[in-house]
Design a protein around this ligand. Structure first.
Ligand code: FES
Length: 165
């Protein structure tokens, strides 16, 4: 059984404070987002159970959210999570080449982490920048658009060198 830390409990309490007592379930997205940040960037079965139990909501309600939205990671991530849009506009504009470039350059598979722990690759649905396809997002901080294989290699090299997001 995973125990929630005090900072995790505070995050959940803060989220719960925005909703009436009989609508506790509405706080689940914010609660899971905050707990994920505190938990090294990902969630697992035990931490999801712990959040649901602490919030006094059905565990299935937490799983419905954690397994639906791509912003939740259900396995460990690298320091830099590369979320590559694999939806229609990006695919029509070469996302498959971008994905292949990342896989080959980092020797990583979707939902996997590079050997040095720096990068993880995730394929996601539309991130709302279809007019600048293909694109990816680094962590939840930076979007890089109109990608080419060369631009991706440059980005990876910058991140390896410690560039700020
Ligand atoms: S289809 Fe890729 S950002 Fe919309």
């Amino acid at each position: 059984m995973t125990a929630l830390t005090d900072p995790m409990k505070k995050i959940i309490d803060d989220e719960l404070s925005h909703y009436p007592a009989d609508k506790r379930q509405s706080a689940i997205i914010g609660a899971l987002m905050g707990v994920q940040r505190e938990h090294g960037g990902h969630l697992d079965q035990f931490i999801i159970d712990a959040v649901a139990d602490y919030m006094d909501i059905p565990r299935i309600a937490a799983y419905e959210v954690a397994t639906f939205y791509s912003m939740f990671n259900l396995s460990p991530t690298g320091q830099y999570q590369l979320s590559v849009c694999a939806n229609i506009s990006c695919m029509l504009n070469g996302a498959d080449t971008i994905i292949d470039t990342i896989k080959e350059t980092l020797d990583v598979t979707p939902d996997g982490v590079s050997e040095d722990g720096l990068f993880s690759l995730k394929l996601v649905s539309c991130l709302g920048h279809c007019d600048n396809a293909p694109m990816l997002q680094v962590n939840d901080q930076r979007c890089v658009m109109k990608l080419t294989p060369e631009k991706v290699k440059m980005l990876l090299s910058e991140l390896r060198g410690g560039a700020k997001l």
